[in-house]
Design a protein around this ligand. Structure first.
Ligand SMILES: Cc1cc2nc3c(=O)[nH]c(=O)nc-3n(C[C@H](O)[C@H](O)[C@H](O)COP(=O)(O)OP(=O)(O)OC[C@H]3O[C@@H](n4cnc5c(N)ncnc54)[C@H](O)[C@@H]3O)c2cc1C
Length: 379
């Protein structure tokens, strides 16, 4: 394996079909990459540290770009059966007065588990290995990765390595030690409710209630089968201190939002706060590149966006398509393909990071913005 990249760079190009790719992480990014590269003839392995397909997590918004990517992966029909369409965004004041209604052209609320099931069903059997926690990569003397090493000591060789190991990616830290997540400025508390009557009242709408002074909001959206995922966002500057555990989350949510109008009171009463959790809302300046030699980053490992963008899942899907396309066009040279992938995704990542920061500022300091409120969703 040592020098394999060098040999392919120097010699006549070899087809990439049949070559081996090891993917670290079986989340949306890792599975979508596995779907694409399997379709292109790669010998794919996905190593996921979770030991079961319990698929924790709530739901997310899949924006137009993500749905288009699923269609290009051949999964458009499956995706259309998942979750709930979101036909409009509606903004309300805390007393329940409607401030804005904007049509959404193509967006869905989807449960994380459903999307993971759709993606995994599209990869050949045996590709995904559960309970395989990766400890790191092994490199040869030329800095070319040759194997993933597992925490229990064994290793697996491949030609290409994709790190889809999430927002705190250890692989990213190894490749780009200077990269840092930003300080958290907004706390997000997330929960879901199963209540068909309430979901029917909400309809196919992403609805948000926002304090006019900024820094405090509650959003809700349907994600199919009578499930509503909801979240609150709080300015860390005005609500300092950690909020850990269901009791603490319920206490602050009831204190800060309990008297709000519209559907808020009913939503909170229907909530089992034991399912709630606190979410990190840090983002990251765009990386200088999304690869080193034969190792590439995909999904949250490659970029971190603020939740105001609702774009993390869509971007992970788009990454996987771009990666497959660029490798196909690279005429047998992995490093050329990864460089093209990095160039192709860079501008869009920078655009979404910047858009997320503007949306955050609008949330924190609404009085600085005199135009119409913006939809918290980057297409
Ligand atoms: C448990 C969980 C729940 C989530 N719930 C929500 C939600 O409700 N709403 C929302 O908007 N977003 C949620 N997200 C984030 C969302 O899934 C991602 O932002 C987006 O889908 C991009 O996906 P990703 O594949 O890049 O990263 P992730 O979804 O974070 O997936 C990374 C995967 O890598 C695995 N992994 C990490 N380190 C290793 C290792 N060393 N070895 C092997 N495997 C490893 C993780 O177990 C995980 O499955 C959740 C993420 C996780 C991990």
């Amino acid at each position: 394996m040592s020098g394999m990249l060098e040999r392919h760079n120097a010699a006549a190009p070899l087809p990439l079909a049949g070559r081996r790719v090891a993917i670290i992480g079986g989340g949306v990014g890792g599975l979508a990459a596995a779907v694409r590269l399997s379709q292109q003839g790669w010998r794919v392995k996905v190593f996921e540290r979770e030991v079961s397909r319990k698929r924790v997590g709530h739901s997310f918004i899949l924006a137009g770009a993500g749905l288009k990517a699923l269609m290009q992966l051949g999964l458009g029909d499956d995706a259309a059966r998942c979750g709930s369409p979101l036909r409009a965004y509606e903004l309300f004041a805390p007393d329940g007065t409607r401030l804005l209604t904007t049509a959404l052209s193509s967006a869905r609320g989807i449960r994380r588990k459903e999307l993971l099931d759709v993606l995994e069903a599209a990869v050949p059997p045996g590709v995904v290995e559960l309970g395989r926690a990766v400890d790191g990569l092994e490199y040869d003397a030329d800095g070319v990765a040759r194997a993933v090493r597992f925490t229990e000591g064994s290793s697996h060789e491949a030609d290409l390595f994709l790190a889809a190991d999430g927002i705190r990616s250890p692989t990213r830290a190894q490749l780009f030690p200077e990269a840092r997540l930003t300080d958290v400025q907004v706390k997000e508390l997330v929960c879901h409710v199963e209540d068909r009557a309430l979901a029917d009242l909400l309809g196919p709408v992403f609805r948000k209630y926002q304090c006019p002074q900024g820094g405090r909001s509650l959003g809700m959206l349907p994600s199919g089968d009578g499930v509503i995922v909801w979240f609150v966002q709080l300015d860390v500057g005005r609500w300092p201190g950690s909020i850990v555990g269901a009791a603490a989350i319920e206490a602050i949510v009831r204190r800060e939002f309990g008297a709000w109008g519209g559907l808020v009171g009913r939503l909170l009463d229907a909530t089992d706060f034991r399912e709630s959790h606190t979410w990190t809302t840090a983002d990251m300046d765009p990386l200088p590149a999304l690869y080193r030699r034969n190792v590439a980053l995909v999904g949250d490992a490659a970029h971190a966006f603020l939740p105001f963008t609702s774009h993390g899942v869509s971007a992970a899907l788009v990454d996987s398509l771009a990666l497959g396309d660029c490798l196909s066009a690279a005429e047998g040279c992995i490093e050329t393909g990864l460089a093209a992938y990095s160039r192709a995704r860079g501008p869009d990542i920078a655009r979404v990071v910047a858009a997320g920061r503007t949306l955050r500022d609008r949330f924190l300091y609404p009085k600085r913005f005199t135009d119409e409120p913006a939809v918290p969703l980057v297409q």
